[in-house]
Design a protein around this ligand. Sequence first.
Ligand SMILES: [Zn+2]
Ligand SMILES: [Zn+2]
Length: 257
Amino acid sequence: MQVRIVGAHQAETSQLRFTTLLIDERLAIDAGSLASGLSLAEQLAVENVLLTHQHWDHVKDLGAFGYNLFGAGQAVTVCCTDEVREVVSRQLFSSGFWMDFFTGPLVGRPVFLHRKVAPGGVLAVGEYRVLPITVPHTVPTLGYQVTDAAGRRVLYSGDNGPGCGAYWAVAEPHVLITECTMPTAMTEDAAAHGHLSPATLEEALAAFLRQRGYLPRVVVVHLNPFHEDQIRAELGDVARRLGCVIDVGREGMALTV
Ligand SMILES: [Zn+2]
Ligand SMILES: [Zn+2]
């Protein structure tokens, strides 16, 4: 399984993008940079989209992505909770602002085919098996463990805060992609917004290790660029203490799972 990190930051500039992952060039997770980070041909090759939650930095590009698919006469399946679909339709696709791709824009021919997701049950999505996992954040959020036909497993947690390790432990990934938004000095601030610092990431990984007996390779995204150097230095210390590999994701990074 090949995973491309399209967007790895909690920021958007000409160099940095909001979170999107792309598995084998056809299964996308989150839409923070689903249009801005991919060519038109790459967007049209996406067969399914999984959304973790409705925050702006994870759904922002749905409007542009949907419009590009509409231009090409294509549709795509978007897997998310009813709540995420409702919030995106109401806020992002509201009448007079943009088109609602969950219902149109052509009557009876939506660009986004909504597939309802709930935690617990495994979904067949294309050739993948997808396990949605509840994680603690400020709004209901699902992480996804994606398993390919060869049995390789990646877990992307989405945004999550302190205590998430016990939630991850229902999965058994070879690679864990999670977030680390703020440095340890801002742990309380991060927790108030449902995010991790290196200190709370270390606690989460220790909890996962206690429950599962191993640590997967860890890749961290959703970095706040104002604190990235500090976060990187602290993650190096966490990896040494736990004896695991923690890589810092970046735009364009390719991972083999
Ligand atoms: Zn969020
Ligand atoms: Zn976010």
